[in-house]
Design a protein around this ligand. Structure first.
Ligand code: SR1
Ligand code: MG
Length: 390
């Protein structure tokens, strides 16, 4: 990776097409690169800049939460976190993340290799398009980075140094607010359909649910077990003809083991419920298979990386599963009543949409405030509310 030189002219400015082109020019051939803005993300501006024979992606952090507008200011520190986390995770899971070609601290901008022709896993799931080995790739990545940045495999001095470098993430505060707080209060950022208003409001009056959520928020804030991705949903996985790649590491921080697998499983459950509600049980069953493959591969990979000097693997996995189930429940709930929804559900026509939303809320609540899940079948059955899939 090249650290672009920062000159007086490279003071921060929000890119337009022209400045994105100029920024990427050293990485492209030909006279006049062409830029197009391709990002529809919640946080950053993303451009594809094409030269004569190749193209790159330019991702720039803006000083506010893009989806909320300038009324929600943010630092641009997340670009540094994303660049550093990509470097660390690429060492542990080589070939699972796009190459970072350059990072400019002043401009809060990263140049990535362009995965042209790839689609997000979420897009493929919505379109009922099966692509083999995505679940296994996601699981392999997750297990590699969780164990690889934990005290379970990383030597103490190196881990402390890494921990120090990732000492503060402002996006953790965004997650604390959007995932762990807003859905359970009458927060102005919440968004939900009028048809499910009673179900949404019921969340804040359920004392035992709120108690469980508060405990999980504390776990998220305090358990620095591994350098996690922090936002591992199906939109953070790009799928191509030959492989799948993990993107969007700006939420990375030292957090609990169960958070990443929980988020991924929650998003598969959202996709599964959407297909069931839309009357497509065949693809719903295919998603059941992905979820099982994800968990089985994840458990196998953790086992393979486990050190024989640590005689407590079964306890580790049981506790990770129980945590993942609860974090999954939170993710499901917030995708229905919080600020950031998912297209799997929002693209459904009525009445399937409300039916799916209620089912997701039911699954989420069962995961968050039910007893600890003891095995994967229990987790998936609760998440998807599918008695038949026991
Ligand atoms: C305001 S940011 C909303 C969501 O988008 C990101 O992908 C995270 O999931 C975040 O919670
Ligand atoms: Mg994202």
């Amino acid at each position: 990776m090249t650290a672009l030189s920062t000159t007086a002219t490279a003071r921060y400015h929000e890119f337009d097409l022209h400045s994105a082109q100029e920024f990427a020019r050293p990485f492209l051939d030909g006279e006049a690169p062409l830029a197009e803005e391709i990002g529809d993300g919640n946080l950053n501006r993303v451009f594809r800049v094409s030269g004569a024979t190749s193209s790159v992606i330019v991702k720039q952090a803006v000083p506010y939460l893009k989806v909320a507008g300038t009324s929600w200011p943010l630092t641009r520190h997340r670009a540094r976190i994303e660049s550093d986390a990509c470097a660390e995770h690429s060492k542990l899971a080589p070939g699972f993340l796009p190459d970072v070609l350059a990072f400019d601290e002043n401009l809060s901008a990263i140049i990535f290799e362009d995965l042209r022709g790839y689609s997000t896993w979420r897009e493929l799931l919505i379109a009922s398009r099966h692509q083999p080995e995505v679940a296994e790739r996601a699981a392999g990545y997750s297990a590699a980075v969780l164990l690889g940045t934990s005290h379970l495999t990383l030597e103490s001095r190196a881990r402390k140094e890494m921990r120090h470098r990732f000492s503060y993430s402002e996006l953790c505060l965004v997650t604390e607010e959007l995932v762990f707080t807003a859905p359970y209060t009458d927060a102005p950022s919440n968004r939900y359909d009028p048809e499910i208003a009673d179900d949404a409001r019921a969340l804040s009056s359920d004392r035992s649910l709120r108690t469980a959520v508060a405990e999980l928020r504390f776990a998220f804030q305090t358990r620095d077990e591994a350098l996690i991705h922090g936002d591992l949903h199906t939109g953070s996985i790009l799928v191509g003809p030959q492989d799948a790649q993990v993107i969007d590491l700006e939420f990375a921080f030292f957090g609990p083991f169960g958070f990443d697998p929980g988020l991924l499983l929650a998003n598969l459950a959202l996709a599964r419920i959407a297909h069931e509600a839309a009357g497509d049980p065949t693809f719903a069953t295919i998603i059941d298979g992905y979820a099982h493959l994800f968990w089985d591969t994840f458990a196998d990979e953790c086992r393979r990386r486990w050190r024989p000097t640590e005689p407590w693997y079964s306890r580790f996995l049981s506790s990770l599963l129980a945590d993942a189930a609860r974090f999954a429940g939170l993710e499901m709930i917030r995708r229905i009543v919080g600020l950031a929804h998912v297209a799997d559900i929002d693209s459904l026509p009525q009445p399937a949409r409300s039916a799916a939303q209620r089912s997701v809320l039911g699954g989420g609540r069962a995961l968050v405030s039910g007893s600890a899940c003891r095995n994967f079948e229990e987790l998936w059955l609760r998440a998807t509310q599918e008695e038949a899939f026991a």
